[in-house]
Design a protein around this ligand. Sequence first.
Ligand code: SAH
Ligand code: SF4
Ligand code: F3S
Length: 439
Amino acid sequence: MSEQKSFHIVTYGCQMNVHESEKIAGMLCELGYKSCDEMQSADVVVFNTCCIRENAENHAFGNIGMLKKLKAEKKDMIIAVGGCLPQQLGKAENLHAKFPYVDVIFGTHNLHKLKEYIQLKRTQRKAVIKVEDDEGSIFEGDKPLRTSYPNAWVNITYGCNNFCSYCIVPYVRGRERSRKAENIIAEVEELVKKGYKEITLLGQNVNSYGNGTNELSFPELLEKVANIDGKFRLRFMTSHPKDFSEELAKVIARNPKICHCVHLPVQSGSDEILKAMNRKYTVEDYIKKIEILKKHVPDCTVTTDLIVGFPNESEEDFEATLNLVKKVGYSSAFTFVYSKRDGTVAAKMPNQIPEEVSKVRIMKLVELVNSLTRDQSSGYVGKTVEILCEDFDKKKKLYCGRDEYGRMSYFESNNNAIGEFVTLKITKANGISLYGERV
Ligand code: SAH
Ligand code: SF4
Ligand code: F3S
């Protein structure tokens, strides 16, 4: 009997991509492959790429380049590259020219056809290069191989209509479309039945769910999902501040399954920069939204995304960002240096900021964010929290999990606690990590 063939997937980018890699894994299982941890021994290697920033792209390019030697030794190995990078205009051809040993190139709109492409490649010598311009209708036949038990991700929208001036996502993910509520609810019901304990609803802007259709609004959908029987936690990302409503705050307040932690990317604390970014809110609008959220959910924590070095960003603009971060007191934040993306409006703006300036700014910002996170962490010592155990940290030899605010805690356990809700007394804080004992 021949040994079962195996696959290995390398994922870059956002949660959406992580989940899409689970869908890719599902398809490869259907083709008879099994998952393996070692790229060197895999029969199929898939790179699920990201192009949100230049370094995400470079990272993927570098890793694909490193496979040249391996492919020369293992001629039957199939290398596939998909996701946002090849979806950009002209990039698939670019990739093919640069890495002629890549066997399959596919985009974001035809990910569900990867099975077909791999089968096709097995019958022909020529590379299979398929990138579709049109997003078409939503494909509902995914059978993801979920790898993050007890957490599970569920798409509610695909694509984005916002065209923030710096962002490539609308170009590589197409126009926003919402899944039917009945399909979303059925998927969550099934996951909860299977024992998943944390469900995260995914979309580039979940708050605009259902726009332009007769579907439910996002708060309505969220409440329906929260009403599904069983003990589980519910999260959602990402919320665009312009569409964050009081109705949503009320839904969070009255449904105990919804975590009191909202990711609300602000990007900048300067009105002028926000305008140039096409974010469609002012700093004042944003603060008002947070006030509304806190009015209904006083213990709600807020996390955010921030960009420094957007074209024309002055020292004053940057100071305004620091001030906003202090004012809101984020529990954590993803911080990025602006990266020029060809084809976006901001790429053509004058006064691109020199790298040295952005570097200084990002360091200051990271320091501020870390100090906020550290202060909040030390405030946890002595408190009792309920966490959902999600993993065993092999290095630390400790189990770990998050509370509803998303904070990671480590603890000892004699039994395998993964998937259990565990009550911990926090005994120590170290940077962003907390350590506790079971009570
Ligand atoms: N749809 C989500 C997330 C988009 S990508 C949202 O609107 O919040 C995640 C983050 O990457 C963005 O929030 C933004 O902070 C950052 N980002 C997007 N394009 C970028 C660029 N060109 N340079 C630097 N950061 C960028
Ligand atoms: Fe990009 Fe803006 Fe859409 Fe988010 S909302 S994906 S930042 S265009
Ligand atoms: Fe996500 Fe990167 Fe694409 S952030 S949507 S994988 S460009």
